[in-house]
Design a protein around this ligand. Structure first.
Ligand SMILES: *Cc1c(COP(=O)(O)O)cnc(C)c1O
Length: 372
């Protein structure tokens, strides 16, 4: 298929399995994939373990218990929820169902890489709106006006992320409501809230309450980031029941496994654990951002569990040097940002290891060009 020939596969960063083998057990500092460094809470772990005796059985094909738990949490009907093998699967499915050849799909420059793959995989025409400038209050963030301007009568799908990966930036609730009012009713607006649980800025709000008034809105969420279940692959989308019913037609049978269903439901019910892990992330994020800025490297504002950092001309050399010392970041050249790295906020010990390695590299003669 010509559309697939033109694609570039999703780039997960480094070969982590090989790197883990190279460094002592637990010796690798993994700050490349925005995982929760603290791991799932005891309730999710127990729920996962309880399923192990039943692994010869297929999972619940409808994921009914998890869907009902999600519906109750978000104040929607269970018919408004679909589960995915990670939200990545649902982002792809949205394009499969609602886009195709002759259809336009809109997104922002520096938007999450999966949106472009999803659109191109189905042969749709991708229209990319320029991001906000580097010196804006939200450097390289989504420009909602520019995105609205990119929408044509052929646009069936718009992908936005709030907060966005890889920039860490967010847009205000009011601005999004204004944007949504400008979008034609037959254009579906997908808002990817993979980091929404983490965001607590006063002007940030989830788009979920807007679902009641907008049948063309889809909100995607994941258990991979704040909920620390990346290894189990479970995400979900919330939308009008008619939109969900269409998505269900292309859902693979038993797409969410039994361990994932049980652990996600338990994690959802463990508010204390979530609160603690989010507080730790916020503390560590502020400390890490301050430490990097103190060393002269610009850091974008972030409402997530990662930071976009400008190492400038030394980016590639620093990334190589860190890798040799067992510290993994996510290179940004694939996003057209070769002067930046995306750093997941780790535990206190992981962040200290990162800063120590950076200091060692920046003081070495081979890195005399580092901006500090
Ligand atoms: C990590 C991430 C996802 C994908 O998460 P999964 O549920 O693990 O597939 C989706 N969107 C954004 C913006 C992300 O950063």
């Amino acid at each position: 298929m010509p559309a697939v020939r033109g694609l570039r596969a999703y780039d997960p960063g480094h070969d982590l399995v090989a790197l883990r083998r190279r460094f002592a057990p637990g010796g690798l500092v993994e700050l490349g994939s925005n995982e929760n460094p603290y791991g799932p809470g005891p309730r999710a772990r127990e729920a996962a373990a309880a399923v192990l005796g039943e692994l010869h059985r297929y999972p619940d094909p409808l994921g009914g218990d998890l869907k009902r738990a999600l519906a109750a949490k978000h104040g929607v009907d269970a018919a408004q929820v679909i589960l995915g093998n990670g939200s990545h699967e649902l982002l792809m499915q949205l394009a499969q169902v609602f886009a195709g050849p002759g259809v336009d799909v809109a997104m922002s420059q520096f938007g999450f890489a999966v949106y472009a793959i999803a659109a191109q995989a189905v042969g749709a025409n991708l229209r990319i709106a320029p991001a906000l400038p580097r010196d804006a209050g939200m450097p390289r963030g989504h420009d909602l006006d520019a995105i609205a301007t990119t929408i044509t009568p052929e646009t069936r799908l718009v992908y936005l992320a709030n907060p966005n990966n890889p920039t860490g930036t967010w847009f205000a609730h009011d601005a999004f409501a204004t944007f949504l009012a400008r979008v034609p009713g037959d254009t579906l607006v997908v808002i990817d809230e993979a980091y929404a649980e983490i965001a607590d800025a006063p002007d940030f709000a989830s788009a979920l309450p807007l679902l009641a008034a907008h049948r063309n809105l889809v909100v995607t969420r994941t258990f991979s980031k704040a909920y620390a279940l990346a290894g189990l692959r479970v995400g979900y989308a919330v939308a009008h029941p008619d939109v969900i019913a269409l998505l269900e037609r292309l859902r693979e049978s038993f797409n969410v496994n039994a361990v994932a269903l049980a652990a996600a439901e338990a994690a959802l019910g463990d508010d204390d654990w979530l609160r603690e892990t989010l507080a730790a992330n916020a503390t560590q994020r502020d400390l890490l951002a301050a430490a990097l800025r103190e060393r002269g490297w610009p850091v974008s504002p972030s409402q997530t569990n990662f930071l976009l950092v400008e190492f400038g001309e030394d980016t590639a050399r620093l990334e190589q040097g860190l890798l040799a010392r067992g510290v993994v970041l996510r290179p940004m050249a694939g996003y057209g940002l070769p002067q930046c790295s995306r750093i997941s906020v780790g535990s206190a010990a992981e962040n200290r290891a990162l800063l120590a390695a950076l200091d060692e590299l920046a003081s070495g003669s081979e890195f005399s060009g580092v901006a500090r």
